[in-house]
Design a protein around this ligand. Structure first.
Ligand SMILES: Nc1ncnc2c1ncn2[C@@H]1O[C@H](COP(=O)(O)OP(=O)(O)OP(=O)(O)O)[C@@H](O)[C@H]1O
Ligand SMILES: [Mg+2]
Length: 337
């Protein structure tokens, strides 16, 4: 439905985004993920029409939109910089775009009542001032304001970043539910990898103005396409030469000893995993343990290389610093780039 074809975006001489190519399918929840300053907002701004690319095309539904004015694009926008009007009531905020369209008053009322119901805002809240609502409620107002205009596409730029951790988790679930209910094609920007993994159908991982990898959360996490992606997404172990050498010896594999191998924390186990053809066993010493309630995160020394894993606290066993243990892993889980 949305197609970026070789898009380049410049601020004066500075190339903020280059050779951008991706396609978003109808109804998809597509996330742009990457560190600060990598070009996520810039990409969104070009889709919305706030900025015109210096090269390439942006197609929507087969039509070239690259130069179309903002108001003709039918895109719902939830940007932080596109804040709610703080002195107006919630109702007036949601009604704003509809009034601009000069819809009759009772029609506006009907649309808003219906939308408020869908995003769980009650009548009392509708009559409040925006400034009297919590961050999460304001977020729902912003989404309602965008959705009443029946956009073809919804774009959200870090909509949850101002909220505290707990509310962010709640809003995340709510956002996902809303997107499911409306089935609207959504492009979402975040630098929070957990948010991206839980919400998205697919993720584009950005690095310095370019996309490093596009894939489902599973692909991005378990089959990272580059060193940058695997280090940016989630926690990971870096296996250096002494460990890789042992792994090669035990399995007959040929990991390149001049480069690190990467393995996720949960892929390393203190018990022999069933159904692995040739498990690797590493002699290790516990050097740190960090109790987290459900899990404990351990750090081990293996031949001078620090390796971490997480163990579920099921009440059976816990380990203390200095203890000698064996670590098991499957060489198939090691990524090397
Ligand atoms: N108006 C502007 N004029 C000049 N340079 C800009 C402008 N806006 C952004 N940039 C630069 O373009 C690059 C990409 O910025 P962008 O805002 O797209 O990053 P981002 O990925 O959204 O980052 P963040 O996560 O911090 O919001 C940055 O190097 C930034 O300094
Ligand atoms: Mg940004």
């Amino acid at each position: 439905m949305i197609e970026f074809q070789n898009v380049e975006i410049k601020y004066n001489d500075f190339v903020a985004v280059e050779a951008m190519n991706f396609t978003v399918k109808e109804g998809e929840f597509f996330t742009l993920l990457g560190p600060s300053g990598c070009g996520k907002t810039t990409t969104l701004r070009s889709l919305v029409g706030f900025i015109i690319p210096s090269k390439g095309k942006i197609m929507v539904g087969g039509k070239d939109m690259t130069h179309l004015p903002v108001e003709q694009r039918k895109i719902g926008i939830v940007f932080q910089s596109y804040a709610l009007f703080p002195t107006m009531s919630v109702y007036e905020n949601i009604a704003f775009g509809l009034k601009v369209q000069k819809l009759p008053k009772d029609e506006i009322h009907r649309i808003i009542t219906e939308m408020a119901n869908k995003v769980d805002l009650n009548e009392q809240q509708l009559n409040k001032n925006v400034s009297e609502l919590s961050g999460g409620q304001q977020q729902r107002v912003a989404i309602a304001r965008a959705l009443v205009l029946k956009p073809n596409i919804l774009v959200l730029d870090e909509p949850l970043s101002n909220l505290d951790a707990k509310l962010r988790g709640q809003m995340r679930a709510e956002l996902k539910r809303l997107q499911n209910d409306f089935g609207i094609t959504t492009i979402y920007v975040t630098h929070d990898q957990e948010e991206a993994l839980t919400l998205s159908d697919r993720i584009a991982v950005y690095n310095k103005g370019k996309i490093e990898q596009i894939g489902t959360p599973h692909e991005i996490y378990n089959k990272s396409g580059s060193r940058f992606v695997c280090e940016f997404i989630g926690d990971i172990n870096r296996l250096n030469e002494p460990v890789l050498r042992q792994i090669n010896q035990q399995t007959g594999r040929q990991f390149d000893l001049s480069k690190p191998g990467y393995i996720r924390l949960e892929r390393i186990s203190l018990s022999l995993p069933p159904a692995i053809h040739k498990p690797v066993c590493l002699k290790a010493r516990v050097v740190e343990n960090e109790f987290n309630g459900i899990y404990t995160k351990y750090t081990y020394d293996v031949d001078g290389v620090l390796i971490r894993n997480v163990e579920k606290n099921d009440g059976s066993m816990s380990y203390i610093n200095g203890q000698e243990i064996s670590l098991f892993l499957n060489a198939d889980d090691i990524m090397q780039f």
